[in-house]
Design a protein around this ligand. Structure first.
Ligand code: ADP
Ligand code: MG
Length: 510
């Protein structure tokens, strides 16, 4: 599959998929002669395009601020289980560190990697997470293609849409690249084990000396998936206690430490026979800056106390309300949030609905939610989902919010504890710095090129009359398309994209 990453058909499909996402965001049917992909076809498109797009779909599946429900439902169906890599590929990434009974058949295989069982000489059972052969290259190529296509689409969007799309792309790119490095996952697991050593949550023990960038070796943790109802009932596991522990742990992570596991779906959260929570999969871990964390807390506090002014101030600090947002619009938004916090009858509203509503509302308003806020909403909705699957009328607003509110004073006073986190981050820096130097920057060279041309164009724009520059830009794009055709016929789809962008530019001059 790696060989054909740049095949015209594939690039065209990526183009069509992104165009569809963009059309959906703009609530438009078609774009000149190109129609958006139908909701029921989108899954097969994404599966064809492979790992990066499967991951992307999973992230986008939660964005009710972007997509209508029929598309969201399709995106939610996309599962991250793929057939394991071939034995010859496995041999290229697996390094025998003296494991005993390494089982060549994985217990799980997904887009980025797969997990195998083995034993160490001392008899302890380990889980080895091995990333797919060449996955880093595939993901980086895809990001290059996405960034490139984004440059073409960009002129079509309003300032706010542009901002949020760009935020999504860069957030997606950095998240997925980090997930392809087992070394980064090891660093995350190490940090978690240290920062949260006093919590009652179990993390796998890591074997640093046996791990490398392709393999993460950890203790094999015995437990049941969180949604394994049958075993959880059979072993009389105290699910109420487990859910309570999990909720408290998430409050600790998000509001107090500002460092959290951002993907607590049932495959990553296990429960053992002693009703203890085991957290797995440290590929997606997020930090919240101290400033943002404190702003989120004042937002919660203001909402809880119905303090309008403080709330608006917190919104502004968080960047939720762009400075141009009309006050009436903001007031409307605040009103909705205040309702949720005040009205007891609204306790039926689930966290999931709240997250959905907040996001859907921001689609109407000219402001974007900061990435951290999106993650917090998403994680809260997932945790609520875990709760509702067991406890009847478990509800995020009713059952989680009071815990949040109760912890506000503690969270506000937590300024110092975060220093530990930052200190740890500094200690890990040399390792991560190396990683950033050797990989992230290499791939973003493509993005840098496009950025440079973008800023040059922006300079251009300022220098001459706006309309003239729009005209020139359109013509330049069209000329580029011919030029690409002359260069290599194999790139005709890219040329078409350029051509279309150029024509549009001429039609939609502002
Ligand atoms: N330390 C472990 N002990 C036991 N099982 C594990 C361990 N790590 C992973 N697994 C199993 O492998 C699956 C996939 O691992 P995970 O780290 O979640 O990978 P992915 O990033 O592909 O989701 C988990 O859902 C779990 O069943
Ligand atoms: Mg997982």
């Amino acid at each position: 599959m790696t060989k054909n990453l740049y095949s015209p058909l594939r690039i065209y499909k990526i183009f069509h998929l992104l165009l569809t996402f963009y059309l959906l965001i703009k609530r438009r049917e078609s774009f000149l002669f190109i129609k958006s992909i139908k909701a029921d076809k989108i899954t097969s498109y994404i599966n064809y395009l492979g790992p990066s797009f499967i991951k992307m779909a999973q992230v986008l599946a939660t964005r009710s601020d972007f997509f209508p429900p029929n598309y969201l439902n399709e995106l939610k169906k996309i599962h991250d289980n793929l057939p394991p890599m071939s034995q010859s590929e496995l041999e290229k990434v697996y390094e025998d560190k003296g494991f005993i009974n390494f089982n060549k058949t994985p217990i799980a295989s997904a887009s980025i990697g797969q997990v195998h069982e083995a034993f160490l000489k001392d008899g302890s059972k380990v889980a080895i997470k091995i990333r797919r052969y060449n996955i880093e290259k595939i993901v980086k190529t895809d990001i290059k293609i996405i960034s490139f296509l984004n440059v073409i689409f960009k002129p079509l969007f309003s300032h706010y849409t542009k901002n949020s799309i760009e935020a999504v792309i860069s957030e997606f790119a950095s998240t997925i690249i980090k997930e392809t490095s087992m070394r980064i996952e090891l660093t995350n697991l190490k940090k978690f084990s240290k920062i949260y050593q006093d919590s009652n949550i179990i993390f796998p023990k890591y074997y640093e000396e046996l791990s490398n960038d392709n393999m993460l070796v950890m203790s094999f943790e015995e437990g049941f998936r969180f949604d394994d109802r049958k075993n959880i009932e059979e072993f009389k596991i105290d699910i109420k206690k487990a859910i309570n522990d999990l909720v408290l742990f998430y409050v600790e992570q998000m509001l107090i430490r500002g460092y959290f596991h951002a993907d607590p779906h049932p495959g990553n959260v296990f429960i053992n026979k002693n009703s203890q929570i085991i957290l797995l999969d440290f590929g997606m871990v997020k930090s919240v800056s101290n400033e943002t964390r404190l702003n989120i807390i004042s937002l919660l506090k203001a909402a809880n106390e119905q303090n309008y002014e403080e709330y608006i101030a917190a919104c502004k600090n968080l960047g939720i309300s762009a400075y141009e947002t009309p006050t009436t619009m903001l007031a409307e938004f605040v009103e909705q949030i205040f309702d949720i916090f005040s009205n007891d009858s609204l306790s039926k509203t689930t966290m999931q609905n709240l997250a959905f509503e907040v996001m859907a509302n921001t689609a109407k308003f000219p402001f974007k939610l900061p990435a951290e806020a999106i993650y917090i909403l998403r994680v809260s909705a997932i945790i609520e989902g875990l709760g509702t699957s067991y406890l009847e009328n478990f509800n995020g607003i009713k059952d989680i919010l009071p815990i949040l509110v109760k912890n506000i004073p503690r969270a506000v006073g937590a300024k110092e504890t975060l220093v530990d986190t930052i200190f740890d981050e500094l200690k890990e820096l040399p390792q991560n710095l190396h990683y950033i130097k050797t990989s992230f920057h290499k791939i973003s060279s493509g993005q840098i090129e496009t950025n440079i041309s973008k800023s040059q164009l922006e300079y251009f724009k300022k220098a001459i009359d706006e309309k003239v520059s729009e005209l020139i830009f359109g013509l330049v794009l069209i000329l580029t398309s011919f030029f690409i055709l002359l260069l290599d016929d194999g790139f005709k789809f890219i040329a078409i994209a350029f051509f279309i962008a150029g024509v549009l530019r001429l039609i939609y001059k502002r």
